[in-house]
Design a protein around this ligand. Structure first.
Ligand SMILES: C[C@](O)(CO)[C@H](O)COP(=O)(O)OP(=O)(O)OC[C@H]1O[C@@H](n2ccc(N)nc2=O)[C@H](O)[C@@H]1O
Ligand SMILES: Nc1ncnc2c1ncn2[C@@H]1O[C@H](COP(=O)(O)OP(=O)(O)OP(=O)(O)O)[C@@H](O)[C@H]1O
Length: 284
């Protein structure tokens, strides 16, 4: 029997450099206005094509059954949409903390769609893959889009943005923050008037450095507030996505490392470099 040939594909994390919640759709999904930046903390996925049509995740994450894993769901969705009879063995190397607002699961799904589209020779356009991706999660399209982007809609309307070089101190409070719970609580607080929807930015407005979910998450998870308070001694930090991770932007790597070292005995986290584009993005 021939050994399967695995190829390795990167799946980067993202930060939401700002996150305005501008409304709610009839189906309950929230409208947002957010600048997404890819960072150099990456999961990686080894993929080998199989000719029996099966999709097999060789090392499921503890607590996430293989059938629910976004990598497996992405592969099955592409099989269905393209009519491909080929299968794949997947091996997942997780480095992006889960439930951190860093988009790890969404990025894994996007990488599988991009990689299998090539390996199976499906020939779907980037746009078609993005439309498939949003069925798996609101954060999936931006990873397929492949460039740092301003996102509107629920995250599927994307336009490229150009960002300066930057490094980020990212702290990971040890709480798992479920995205659905946070949006639900935000919605409840809109009804009571405790929070309100933001207005979408006009082209002339400079991006507001705010995350509309932050106050809700800090109320629910004090550990997130503590991490923000610690970073505030060094600048103006923000939460990413629906949390739990918080970050501080720094102009150079030394500064970021110094800030992180001063906090690393109290918080887990890391220093990451902002990327100019997704590592799988090619500009031809
Ligand atoms: C907060 C962000 O991380 C910002 O990047 C994303 O909008 C979240 O995207 P995601 O993790 O891919 O979220 P999904 O898996 O699509 O949605 C999880 C749940 O969060 C809520 N949700 C999510 C995204 C969104 N724009 N509005 C929502 O109300 C919905 O209840 C949904 O059932
Ligand atoms: N490949 C995967 N990697 C991580 N989580 C996965 C994966 N597949 C399914 N999941 C499920 O998705 C949940 C959210 O994981 P993820 O790491 O994407 O959260 P997140 O970074 O907060 O996402 P976001 O910023 O998109 O809200 C996990 O708790 C897990 O149950």
């Amino acid at each position: 029997m021939t050994e399967p040939v695995f190829q390795s594909f990167p799946a980067p994390a993202k930060l939401n450099l700002n996150l305005l919640i501008t409304g709610k759709r009839d189906d309950g999904y929230h409208l947002l206005d957010s600048d997404f930046r890819f960072i150099d903390l990456c999961d990686s996925i080894d993929i080998a094509v199989r000719d029996d049509g099966d999709i097999v995740l060789l090392n499921p994450i503890t607590g996430v059954p293989a059938d629910s894993d976004l990598t497996v769901r992405a592969a099955r969705l592409l099989q269905q949409a393209s009519g491909s009879t080929q299968g794949a063995s997947l091996r997942l190397h997780k480095r992006i903390p889960m439930g951190g607002g860093l988009g790890g699961g969404s990025s894994d799904a996007a990488t599988v769609l991009l990689a299998l589209n090539r390996l199976w020779g499906c020939g779907l356009s980037r746009e078609a893959l993005m439309q498939l991706g949003v069925r798996l999660g609101a954060d999936v399209p931006v990873f397929i889009f492949g460039r740092n982007a301003r996102a509107t809609g629920i995250g599927e309307q994307l336009s490229e943005i150009s960002l300066p070089e930057a490094w980020y101190v990212v702290l990971h409070p040890t709480v798992h923050v479920p995205t659905a719970t946070v949006f639900k609580e935000f919605s409840r607080q809109v009804l009571t008037g405790a929070v309100s929807f933001s207005t979408m930015r006009t082209l002339a407005t400079t991006p507001q450095k705010q995350n509309d979910l932050q106050s809700v998450v800090c109320q629910m998870y004090p550990a997130v507030n503590e991490a923000l308070s610690a970073l505030r001694e060094c600048g103006s930090p923000l939460m990413t996505g629906s949390g739990a991770c918080v970050f501080l932007e720094c102009g150079n790597e030394d500064q970021a490392k110094t800030v992180y070292q001063s906090l690393s005995s109290r918080f887990s986290g890391f220093v990451a470099k902002g990327l100019a584009a997704h590592p799988m993005f090619d500009r031809e």
